[in-house]
Design a protein around this ligand. Sequence first.
Ligand code: UD1
Length: 451
Amino acid sequence: MQTSLVILAAGKGTRMQSDLPKVLHQVAHAPLLVHAMRSGAALEPAHQVIVAGHGADAVAAAAAEEDPDARVVLQEEQLGTGHAVMQARDDLAGFDGTVIVLYGDTPFITGDTLAAMVTARADHDVVVLGFDANDPARYGRLKMDGDTLTAIVEYKDASDEERAITLCNSGVMACDAGLLFALLDKVSNDNASGEYYLTDVVALARAEGRSATAVICPQEETLGVDSRAGLARAEALFQARARTELLELGVTLTAPDTVHLAHDTIIGRDVVIEPNVVFGPGVTVETGATLRAFSHLEGCHVSRGAIVGPYARLRPGAELAEDTHIGNFVEIKNATIAEGAKVNHLSYIGDASVGEKTNIGAGTITCNYDGFMKHHTEIGAGAFIGSDTMLVAPVRVGDRAMTATGSVITEDVPDGALALARARQDTKPGRAIRLFEFLKARKEKARKEQA
Ligand code: UD1
């Protein structure tokens, strides 16, 4: 059965206290909307329509980045969930499969749950996703008669008896497309909120003798975000799930609760991740690498057997080949570090390439920025960069070349050459002792004058 998605994302999210539309707040570095789109993508939908309102342009841009085929329609006034779904009608004209309604602020609905709803749709005209709530609060209540869903009653409109029901509406609904829009035409706003409720579709379908049922999922999946606290809860839930997934895939996390992952982090088997490692987006770590404590990685690739950290920072474009070592207080940005190369202490390597088995001494800096432009540093294979070398880009240090400690390298160093670029040492025998005595006497004199 073909499916199409309608994702509701017009709400302002007043409780977020934010200038950003609610669905663009991020969990694990991806907007809530993108999480919802990915849930639905598991069904390989024929169409995807996002109903935007507040911040529609920004919402449309985020949607297009995730899926250029997604359509975005504007709901100018937020008159209720039923009214919101109606905005998708023109975009779904001619589509006669199942419409699945999702919320853009509800990021954890799984593909399996949606697949179960589609399966249930084979026998029912309307399928609603429900959950047994620990605290049903202000959710809509599902009124069941055996397997039949007879109605959804909004909290504000519910009797005490109905409020005692703990089976609640997640907001996700699957319905035959033609039926959905025909029934929405009949929905009125004659209720306690003065809104056009999507949920009224259930009772209207039943009144026409159509069948409706509920699929039940764990409450956790239905977690929606409508406040910063809710966003923090969603982040915590994402992290907990992602960590568990990594452990199951054969990754060692010595202190799982301290490791923060991004929505797209990819980690191979037998990688060891020590405490307090943080992943921004776009990180891939291959089998058998070790990420030591307090390292921060984003937009980078770490190959087999590499050792990173403790306290290393890999920024976008850092490409570490096999068996590289990146040590403490080292920052790598837009740079390739070839197999077996080492940058172990207190260095900045940016806009650079470092050849195989090259050793970069402590405190080496690629001076890549002149205040206007970034410039490249090339370091060959088997080279040795002395500690505290400044490499003023653009510059090339050849294969098996050396720079002397403390050098400021402004000219290319040919293959096999040694470059010394610092002032020659001038040693004065006994001069330090005389200097100490002179300084001590001067301090004593100043003290007496003050007394
Ligand atoms: C809705 C359901 C309720 C369910 C609850 C689950 C209705 C009438 N009620 O409650 O049964 O238990 O969700 O969270 O459907 N939206 C729009 N345009 C609108 C109104 C809402 O795009 O005009 C979007 C919101 O941005 C949000 C979603 O729809 O993503 C749900 O709206 P919200 O106001 O949070 O839900 P309720 O109506 O309280």
